[in-house]
Design a protein around this ligand. Structure first.
Ligand code: PEP
Length: 251
């Protein structure tokens, strides 16, 4: 089964409008017209329209960093899938560890968001990953199993094939510590096994699993060369054209 490599830049709460647009244009130029990998930029929601204009007509797609799982209504400060789609998003990151730890998002919340994303025709990028304490207690698989089962609850096989899962060990995010290719591959293979139990092996073989956690040009090739690593979710290194382009060209 060939899975197209998918590289997404999670800009988190960084940038201002002018440098966001400049970065997006730089990525568009670096990627060219027919990249072999799928490239997505996820700017802060206030800049989605401007970044969307900058990537319009290019091979680069637009994604959001979160959504609220409800139709229009009295939800001050939130944006829903229809709004994200309206400004050109095709993807949405869900259940990032920063949202799980800082905003208290649970697997049940992520599952609701997943269904809202799919109903709004957005491809969800569902993040899972263990903390350092959990890894050291040898609980990585237990944690990942719980997050995969909880976050993907209620999903059917047909829709499951189109989602993206991102394995992001919390201890590797923004720390400069990357999981070794072997460590990452072991968890990716475990995730695919869990996906197989939920949706069947054929569907599991179609689901792309990104690795995230201090990915940079110097480690991208080895990580992306692993059998079950189908892309990268990139934080810090997505904020500079040269670094992000270096990761894309490793894909
Ligand atoms: C992330 O936040 O999704 C991430 C992987 O960050 P970084 O690449 O900076 O570790």
């Amino acid at each position: 089964m060939t899975r197209q490599t998918i590289i997404a830049g999670n800009w988190k709460m960084n940038m201002r409008c002018d440098n966001a647009v400049a970065l997006a244009k730089g990525v568009v130029a670096a990627v060219g017209e027919t990249p072999s990998v799928e490239v997505i930029l996820c700017p802060p929601s206030v800049y989605l329209s401007e970044v969307g204009d900058a990537v319009a007509g290019s091979a680069v797609s637009l994604g959001a960093q979160n959504l609220y799982a409800a139709e229009d209504g009295a939800f001050t400060g939130e944006v829903n899938a229809a709004m994200l789609s309206d400004v050109g998003c095709g993807y949405v990151i869900l259940g990032h560890s920063e949202r799980r730890t800082l905003m208290g998002e649970t697997d049940a919340d992520v599952s609701k968001k997943l269904h809202a994303a799919l109903a709004g025709n957005l491809v969800p990028i569902v993040c899972v990953g263990e903390s350092l304490e959990e890894r050291e207690a040898d609980d990585t698989e237990k944690v990942i199993e719980r997050q995969i089962n909880g976050s993907l609850a209620g999903l059917d096989e047909v829709r499951a094939a189109g989602i993206v899962v991102a394995y992001e060990p919390i201890w590797a995010i923004g720390t400069g510590k990357t999981a070794s290719p072997e460590q990452a591959e072991a968890v990716h293979a475990f995730i695919r096994k869990e996906l197989g139990k939920m949706f069947g092996e054929d569907v599991a073989a179609q689901i792309r699993i990104q690795y995230g956690g201090s990915v940079k040009p110097s480690n991208a090739k080895e990580l992306l060369g692993q059998t079950n690593i189908d892309g990268a979710l990139v934080g810090g290194a997505s904020l500079k054209v040269e670094d992000f382009a270096g990761i894309i060209s490793a894909g």
